[in-house]
Design a protein around this ligand. Structure first.
Ligand SMILES: *Cc1c(COP(=O)(O)O)cnc(C)c1O
Length: 380
């Protein structure tokens, strides 16, 4: 059996052809493919607008700025996420506060977040960044209600969840990143995520003002919107300090062919998850699935008693499981500045036991059987 990673991209003939034909075309960046990718992506997640960016971290950065983050502003997120969900607040000079996770879904707990917010005076916090962790959609309806009560903005870090959805209290299907509850949604196209562009990201929103602000911040704060007949074609204005966070046409071409396969990929991921659950039911704890949610399954996470031993045992069998994540508030940088927030017992306990098993659409039945057999052999 060859090595089995926890996640991997799948690049096929149509992906290669799309990239090569873009390389032969007139534009390598800022050409027609970026726009096409943005439109197709917005269509896929049911948002009004989408802005392609160089990576999701850049997307998070311009999102907090577009929402008006000022130095000293306090924002709440989950410790069980990739550091970038918190780092964006630091880029803008804000303070990161952490609330705890739910011990069964591993998602930022609405109750813990509410308790943290209500323990402080009104206006203390400015925003919340919940994460659709492992691909499981966060309860955005509840977070929206809380955000409205306290006048907070909401960024949905949906990096794990393109194609995931929840069914809301009106019985409506709400796709991750659709912008109906959160002000902004964020996606990543790092190869280990669902859609591989090498590097890349997408910011989605239904708010036109935010959309325009995001476009401006992505490209140096430059706009041609005040151009009139008195100006030559070269006219532009730099109205604010922005960045170069653009995605290239080459990457966008790849993104378009990858996106076309995402629904099938998510279905396959769910098939793999069902098989893991059948094998582990009653024996090994795994991430629970609320009845109104469809998990996009970036990851399949179990909790085990002797995690380090299992991790090493699997490696000996060339199964490269991974840990998601070391709690952000325990990382040396955050420890040094002194994290602030709620009691984070659930997050810390989760981290002691969690391990992410191989989960990607091209994982074969035979490979998955081998993973399951290896885990069963370890626990007996
Ligand atoms: C991967 C990831 C990011 C950052 O994505 P990049 O495209 O690598 O910048 C942010 N948040 C979460 C939850 C992620 O998994």
């Amino acid at each position: 059996m060859k090595a089995i990673p926890y996640g991997r991209q799948s690049i096929e003939k149509e992906d290669l052809e799309a990239v090569i034909s873009t390389l032969k075309a007139d534009f390598l960046t800022q050409g027609p493919k970026v726009k096409e990718f943005e439109e197709k992506f917005a269509d896929y997640v049911n948002s009004k607008f989408a802005v392609a960016v160089s990576n999701a971290t850049a997307g998070l950065h311009i999102s907090v700025l577009a929402l008006g983050l000022q130095p000293g502003d306090r924002v709440i997120t989950t410790p069980i996420t990739f550091a970038a969900s918190a780092n964006c607040v630091r880029y803008g000079g804000g303070e990161v506060w952490f609330a705890d996770i739910d011990p069964t879904t591993y998602l930022l707990s609405l109750e813990s977040t509410r308790r943290l917010i209500e323990s402080k005076p009104k206006g203390f916090f400015k925003g919340i960044i919940p994460v659709d962790f492992a691909g499981l959609p966060v309860n955005l309806e509840g977070f929206r209600e809380l955000a409205n009560e306290h006048n907070l903005w909401l960024i949905e870090d949906a990096c794990h969840a393109p194609g995931g959805y929840f069914v809301d209290s009106q019985n409506k299907k709400q796709k991750c990143g659709n912008g109906n509850f959160a002000d902004i949604g964020i996606f990543s196209f790092h190869p280990v995520k669902h859609i591989a562009c090498g590097e890349g990201g997408m910011v989605t929103t239904n708010n036109e003002k935010l959309y325009k602000k995001l476009l401006s911040l992505r490209t140096h704060g430059i706009t041609k919107e005040n151009m009139s007949e008195n100006h030559g074609g070269w006219f532009y204005e730099m109205q604010e300090l922005g960045f170069n966070y653009r995605l290239t046409d080459i990457q966008s071409a790849l993104g378009i062919t990858q996106l076309a396969k995402n629904s099938a990929g998510v279905e396959r991921r769910n098939e793999i998850a069902r098989k893991y659950k059948e094998a582990f039911k009653g024996k090994i704890k795994y991430q629970s699935l609320p009845s109104n949610c469809y998990n996009a399954h970036h990851l399949f996470i179990v909790e085990v008693e002797n995690r380090l031993k299992l991790y090493n045992y699997l490696r000996e069998h060339k199964i490269y499981a991974q840990i998601h994540y070391i709690p952000v508030h325990t990382l040396p940088y955050y420890k040094k500045i002194g994290y602030q927030g709620a009691d984070l017992n659930n997050s810390e306990k989760y981290y002691e036991h969690c391990i992410s098993l191989p989960m990607y659409p091209t994982l074969t039945d035979e490979e998955q059987d081998f993973v399951i057999k290896s885990i069963n052999n370890f626990t007996v």
